[in-house]
Design a protein around this ligand. Structure first.
Ligand code: 3MF
Ligand code: MG
Ligand code: MG
Length: 413
């Protein structure tokens, strides 16, 4: 093989992408409530120790590219699209107007809006700091985002309180900070109730998103479980308006089984929105695309979600790797992420109708014969002894479905 010029490299990528096959059509992709974040496609490849590898691109291009791929929904932070200094001024209305037109032109919808309360220096002492003027500003920021949400037709508002925490222990009273953060969410809900009336729309679903580490040393609401305790603490004025936006990797980062964490949210009726991606346990937030690291685990997650009727939104909150070019972001990264998700979703459907899993699950629930003495633990164990091998058999069947052995794919020696 001789060295390839960049233009030939792009053609090679495109040719191998189509050689991969198995792509879903944009129409099929659009049937799913899959949402594309402004910030994911705009990510330039930079990090704490790494410089940018891609150019700056704006919402017009991103909305158009998502639409072509068949990602039917778009979402954004307020400051992904409006400079902080322009918020609340004419510039905001002008930009929101242009976003509305870009969405319409490309047959796209805005699904969700979120407030950046972690990046700007104003949040250096957290998004609920001692300075009451900054807390008032935070309350205004989230309410302003809710307003933008109504203007763009969004159904969801998301809150990632990444800066709600500290570096130096002992300097703040955590319970006070949590109360101040509750006040911020109360302000967002209150504003939403008024705005919804004004716009003649339902109120938004307000979803909290937890991440255990980053960007500060100690996070006050590090997990979705902590957030549920917060929602049900009695400190929120509108707890029924507030639910969760878990992120697959954020849960995995602290070591839980993601499926079990999601089950706890389903149990509390608070799983409302889901950031889909992948990565490694006990590492920083690497935001790798869905299914590239833990496809087996992902299959299991989607079996749970499908069996509980959770149909999205599924938000592609990942970072196209910095090795991927700008061309690759839209030619490889997003379409393949969407297609792996759909393939895993369809596989989860196969799991739910698989006759072997069905029969095994039913047999386990029917259980062995009841013993006469309800206190006879040894007898109960013996009565079910052979059935419980089915747990492992079900696990094996899930693996077979993942690799297609249930459909006759074989690996000969
Ligand atoms: C950080 C995140 C955030 C949130 C976003 C939504 C930049 O790890 O996951 O993405 O998803 O702020 O509110
Ligand atoms: Mg993440
Ligand atoms: Mg996220």
């Amino acid at each position: 093989m001789s060295a390839l010029e960049p233009i030939q490299q792009q053609a090679l990528v495109d040719r191998l992408m189509s050689a991969c096959g198995g792509q879903y059509s944009p129409e099929t992709r659009r049937k799913f409530f899959i949402t594309g974040p402004q910030w994911a496609a705009a990510y330039e490849g930079n990090s704490l120790f790494q410089d940018k590898t891609r150019p700056t691109i704006g919402f017009e291009r991103i909305i158009e590219e998502y639409s072509k791929i068949g990602i039917g929904y778009w979402c954004t932070h307020d400051t992904d699209v409006i400079p902080t200094a322009g918020l609340g001024h004419a510039q905001q209305d002008e930009i929101v107007g242009r976003i509305g037109e870009a969405l319409k032109r490309n047959d796209m919808k805005c699904s969700m809006v979120t407030t950046e309360t972690f990046h700007n220096p104003v949040w250096a002492a957290s998004s609920a700091p001692e300075a009451s003027q900054i807390r008032d500003y935070a309350a205004w920021r989230v309410s302003n985002t809710v307003k933008i949400g109504h203007e763009l037709g969004a159904q969801f508002a998301v809150y990632w309180p990444g800066s709600l925490g500290y570096w130096i222990q002992g300097a703040i009273d955590e319970t006070q900070t949590l109360q101040w953060y509750a006040d911020t969410l109360n302000a967002a809900c209150e504003a939403d109730i008024d705005l919804a009336k004004k716009f003649g729309r339902p109120t938004l679903k307000h979803c909290m998103e937890a991440k255990p580490f980053e960007p500060v040393a100690e996070i006050l609401l590090p997990t979705s479980d902590a957030m549920m305790a917060f929602i049900f603490s009695g400190k929120l004025k509108y707890p029924a308006m507030v639910g969760l936006n878990p992120e697959y990797l954020h849960e995995r980062m602290w070591g839980t089984a993601v499926r079990a964490a999601l089950a706890r949210m389903l149990f509390a009726n608070k799983l409302w929105h889901f950031d889909i991606n992948d990565g490694y346990s006990l590492k920083h937030d690497v935001d790798i695309a869905v299914g590239l690291i833990n496809p087996f685990d992902w299959l299991s997650v989607l079996v749970l979600l499908r069996s509980h009727g959770f149909n999205g939104p599924f938000n592609l909150d990942y970072k196209p790797p910095r090795s991927t070019s700008q061309h690759g972001v839209f030619a490889v990264s997003f379409p393949t992420a969407v297609d792996r998700f759909i393939a895993l979703w369809e596989m989860a459907g196969e799991v739910l109708t698989d006759p072997i899993i069905k029969e095994a699950t039913e047999a386990l629930k029917t259980a062995g014969p009841r013993v006469a003495d309800p206190l006879d633990a040894a007898g109960m164990f013996a009565a079910n002894r052979e059935l419980w091998s089915l747990h492992e058999l079900i696990g094996h069947r899930l693996f077979q479905i993942l690799i297609g052995q249930n459909k006759g794919r074989s690996f000969s020696v």
